[in-house]
Design a protein around this ligand. Structure first.
Ligand code: PMP
Ligand code: GLU
Length: 394
């Protein structure tokens, strides 16, 4: 076997590959409506692009400290203070090549072979794969519509065993869009502290939130702050998915170990993208506000439209840019002579029969759902949902 055991157990990212497939079909002239994309359809704001151009012209094109420039760490620190009332010193912050990279580094840094990582399901596709790379084991906690797709304190308490190392929380959530409130996080934080486990709080969708206030679990007291590594980044809030800047903040000892790992893998994230991210975090937030307003308009439309289609339904997501659509009403039905048994069958049928790309819920841990991203124009949303309705009614 050429490929190592560690790497051969990892599958390609289904969210990335579906988005790539839809983009390729569009480039070939096929009229596909893409509801797969996990990235804002807006351009990166002009002030951020200008900051990057300035950095190039100034010759800011060399290695920086591995864990990020002083300017960016200061900007991250100011962001945490302003948005989350959290104080972090520079050596409690690390900048990485995207939030994905930060999460990967944390898992590799904290998990030993055989450790258990508790993961609420549905979950973002990359978490279980990263846990596998670390040689650790994922323990899923199932959530349902009835529990608003959030875990309960009882569920968490019951799942903790001697080998439990970590809980991964993601609020606002990809794929469900659900957001944990302060009192819910308080309950969870007590259990985390009591058990002496750690928590990754993936807050990458913090700014893409509609009817609720975002709360970081780390802000709920010194005890939980010591056990939490907060992850965030510029990809989603500032339409900067391609720039690859994410960051993590937490106990110095953990951040230092992550930095050592980064020293020998990627070194620093791109200097130019770091300069642009300073502007994203401390410059004008006007474009962010406009984007979130537009996402909310699309969310409201999509939720109403999906719920008007017989056979499918959705909860009202409070954040991120995804609709988590219950398809259980149409499973076991036939399309073009083929029975739809699960979310993958429906995804294939929609792509081939209606030219609509969606992400099957199975890849997030629930086969009774599909995920529709509304990070696409209103025009596409209207057309795509018309196609889905026509397809289902047949
Ligand atoms: N966490 C979640 C829940 C996500 O959906 C994404 C999107 N890719 C990431 C982390 C990583 O974001 P990025 O690496 O682009 O900063
Ligand atoms: N996080 C986004 C998604 O869920 C982008 C793709 C990825 O990195 O998984 O679609």
């Amino acid at each position: 076997m050429i490929i190592s055991k560690r790497t051969s157990q990892i599958s390609p990212s289904p969210t990335l590959s579906i988005t790539a497939k839809a983009k390729k079909m569009q480039a070939e002239g096929i009229n596909v409506i893409g509801f797969g994309a996990g990235e804002p359809d807006f351009d990166t704001p002009v002030n951020i692009k200008e900051a990057a151009k300035k950095a190039i012209d100034k010759g800011f094109t060399k290695y920086t400290p591995t864990a990020g420039t002083k300017e960016l760490k200061d900007a991250v620190s100011a962001k945490f203070k302003k948005d989350n009332n959290l104080e972090y010193l520079p050596d409690e912050i690390i900048v990485s090549c995207g939030a994905k990279h930060s999460i990967f580094n944390i898992i590799i840094t904290l998990c030993n072979e055989g450790d258990e990582v508790i993961l609420p399901s549905p979950y973002w596709v990359s978490y279980p794969e990263m846990v596998k790379v670390a040689g650790a084991k994922t323990v899923m906690l199932n959530t349902t519509k009835e529990s608003d797709f959030k875990i309960t304190p009882e569920q968490l308490e019951k799942a903790i065993r001697p080998n439990t190392k970590l809980l991964i929380l993601n609020s606002p959530s990809n794929p469900t869009g659900m957001v944990y409130g302060e009192s819910e996080l308080e309950e969870l934080s007590k259990i985390i502290s009591k058990a002496g486990i750690y928590c990754i709080s993936d807050e990458i969708y913090e700014k893409v939130i509609y009817d609720q206030q975002h709360v970081s679990i780390a802000s709920l007291g010194e005890d939980i702050k010591k056990r939490t590594i907060v992850v965030n980044g510029v990809s989603k809030a500032y339409a900067m998915t391609g720039w690859r800047i994410g960051y993590a903040a937490g106990p110095k000892e953990i951040i230092q170990a992550m930095s050592n790992l980064q020293d020998h893998s990627t070194s620093n994230p791109t200097s130019i993208a770091q300069a642009a991210s300073v502007e994203a975090l401390i410059g004008s937030q006007d474009d962010l506000e406009k984007m979130v307003k537009e996402f909310k308009k699309r969310r409201d439309f999509m939720v109403d439209r999906v719920n008007a289609i017989t056979g499918i339904s959705t909860i009202n997501p409070q954040g991120a840019f995804y609709c988590w659509v219950d398809i259980s009403g149409i499973l076991q039905k036939s399309a073009n002579g083929k029975k739809i048994m699960n979310s993958m069958d429906l995804t294939d049928a929609l792509l081939n029969g209606a030219q609509v790309a969606v992400v099957p819920g199975g890849v997030f841990g629930d086969d009774n759902y599909i995920r529709l991203s509304y990070a696409t124009s209103m025009e596409n949303i209207i057309e795509g949902l018309n196609r889905i309705e026509r397809f289902i009614s047949q």
